[in-house]
Design a protein. Structure first.
Length: 228
């Protein structure tokens, strides 16, 4: 039986076994610098790694060696064709579980398969075909709301995150979160920031800091339930 390999949820980062032949990558003395660059300059850093070392790269970090898989064929091999040979684990998965729970993104094995089968009807081909009209209508409403013809600057990250949230909630839950997207966006931003910090400082989310308390709070009076 093939031994399972831990794989992180963030960028399909597989933790390498020391007994295995490692892919090319930076030298081991650069582990601390690699960790800092990955945290602060993620996109430019991984692009530089791919251009220098190829589609599979071993990256030494203070948390251990990671194997970065960039090519679509390699990603398909890990997450689709041979996903049972890989195990979601590592510090990133542990941090994600604190805010996302044991769901599809963080789960493994038979429990993951049961969850996947439960959600599968929502992604039937006929359902997906109908999402096009929903996306078109949502984008039209967004254009009208933000008045993109004006010369006022836009925070595209925040705007696109809000638009995505609106489409996903309508498509999967039939709920319109447009009036509450700012509140939800702030909560998500807090969660993402804390998760990124906890990636390098394990246990941070367990501390009763104001941000952590806000992040871990499951309900707020001002935000409606998706099932209401």
């Amino acid at each position: 039986m093939r031994r399972k390999t831990d794989v992180s949820c963030y960028a399909y980062v597989a933790a390498s076994n020391a007994a295995q032949t490692l892919a090319p990558g930076p030298l081991w003395p650069t582990a601390i610098w690699n960790t800092v660059r990955f945290a602060r300059q993620t996109l430019s850093f991984v692009q530089e790694l791919r251009e220098r070392y190829g589609d599979v790269v071993t990256l030494p970090t203070v948390l251990g060696p990671w194997t970065l898989v960039f090519h679509p064929d390699g990603v398909r091999h890990v997450v689709q064709e041979n996903h049972f040979n890989y195990h979601k684990g590592g510090i990133s998965n542990q941090v994600l579980k604190l805010t996302l729970g044991n769901g599809l993104l963080t789960n493994n094995g038979d429990s993951w398969l049961t969850q996947r089968r439960l959600i599968q009807p929502a992604f039937h081909r006929s359902r997906i075909a109908g999402f096009g009209q929903l996306m078109t209508e949502s984008v039209a409403s967004w254009i009208e709301e933000v008045n993109i013809d004006s010369r006022e600057p836009l925070d595209l990250f925040q705007q696109m995150s809000g638009l995505t949230l609106t489409i996903v909630c309508k498509a999967l839950f039939g709920a319109d979160m447009l009036l509450y997207k700012q509140h939800v966006f702030q909560a998500l931003s807090t969660a993402i920031r804390l998760e990124a910090q906890s990636f390098y400082v394990p246990g941070l989310l367990s501390l009763p800091t104001p941000s952590a308390v806000t992040c871990m709070r499951r309900e707020t009076p001002s935000t409606p339930s998706l099932t209401s």
